[in-house]
Ligand binder design. Structure first.
Ligand SMILES: [Fe+2]
Length: 314
């Protein structure tokens, strides 16, 4: 549980504190939300603690995560630990700095889920502005500018948090899932990059359906209340696909209604949670007879391949 580790002294980015010249399309409606009304929680199944539908923080004892919408539909994140924050997939550093200033934290580390430009292209700028700060990423097929290559599933400490990287070689060979826990939050949070989204998954650009079956098993092996933060806001399209696969799935029906409201409000459909994904994400349900039947049957790997192929054609 020891390597690699460490947080650097808090550093801000003075040169990056002005608003970005390309505000996110997703950020605009969020800014106009009535702050007196909290975001609508996703309809998690019974048994999941209420706090799992939130972004934590406050007096909850839950790890705090600040979603930061960037580019067209990417979601980067600030993982908060006291006065420090780790930037997760900070492809647009200026947006991350603005979010950090708004929240009153200083970015001291970077977590990279995978090498694609819309996740990792900000790493070099982050590193240049945060001398000595750890830039974490996979040792296999590493993203640019990382300083701390990781080999799953060896956990490491960052501040008061414990971070366990899990390999998920489906979207890219080096994709990582970051499971983060604390002494007061054993279920914790999971950053999934483009491996898993709320009710969906990423394309298998480099890996195989078998690798996605393994990744889904890893995710489903985490606590049901673990909050899941994906790397894109694709939920409406994912739900539409899921409904085509499983029209009788009550969890998907409930999610569809919530997503319609949330997207109309400009809200992001995160966090999801592990228990909910097991109910409404067809890519986590390849062992379910009804899902297999919808694609003509087969073992889990074949079902996964057929599901992804079907989704790719939409
Ligand atoms: Fe990607």
């Amino acid at each position: 549980m020891s390597t690699p580790s460490g947080t650097s002294d808090p550093v801000r980015f003075p040169a990056l504190c002005s608003p970005p010249s390309h505000p996110s399309r997703l950020l605009i409606p969020l800014c106009s939300m009535d702050s007196s009304v909290g975001p609508l929680p996703l309809p998690f199944p019974p048994g999941i603690p209420t706090g799992a539908a939130t972004n934590g923080g406050g007096d909850s004892g839950l790890i705090e995560v600040v979603p930061v919408p960037i580019l067209t539909d990417n979601i980067a994140y600030l993982l908060v630990d006291g006065a420090a924050a780790a930037a997760v997939d900070p492809a647009v550093p200026a947006e991350m700095v603005r979010a950090a200033i708004d929240r009153g934290v200083a970015i001291t580390a970077v977590l990279t889920t995978h090498k694609h430009w819309d996740h990792a292209s900000g790493n070099a700028e982050m590193a240049a502005n945060l001398p000595g700060a750890p830039i974490y990423g996979s040792a296999v097929d590493p993203p640019p500018a990382i300083t701390h290559p990781l080999t799953p599933p060896t956990p490491f400490k960052w501040g008061t948090l414990t971070i366990t990287p899990h390999g998920a070689a489906a979207h890219t060979i080096g994709s990582l899932l970051y499971h983060v826990t604390s002494p007061t939050d054993a279920a914790g949070v999971l950053f999934t990059g483009d491996t898993l989204f709320t009710a969906g998954c990423g394309r298998f650009f480099e890996g195989t359906p078998a690798a996605m079956v393994a990744a889904a098993a890893t995710i489903r092996g985490l606590p049901s209340a673990t909050r899941v933060y994906g790397g894109h806001e694709y939920t409406a399209a994912n739900v539409a696909f899921g409904r085509a696969v499983e029209p009788g799935n009550a969890d998907l029906a409930a999610l569809e209604g919530a997503v319609r409201v949330k997207r109309a409000r400009g809200e992001l459909c995160v966090p999801s949670c592990v228990g909910a994904e097991g109910g409404w994400n067809v890519f986590c349900r390849t062992a379910v007879a009804g899902v297999a039947a919808a694609v003509g049957g087969g073992g889990e790997e074949e079902v996964m391949a057929k599901l992804r192929s079907w989704k790719n054609r939409l």
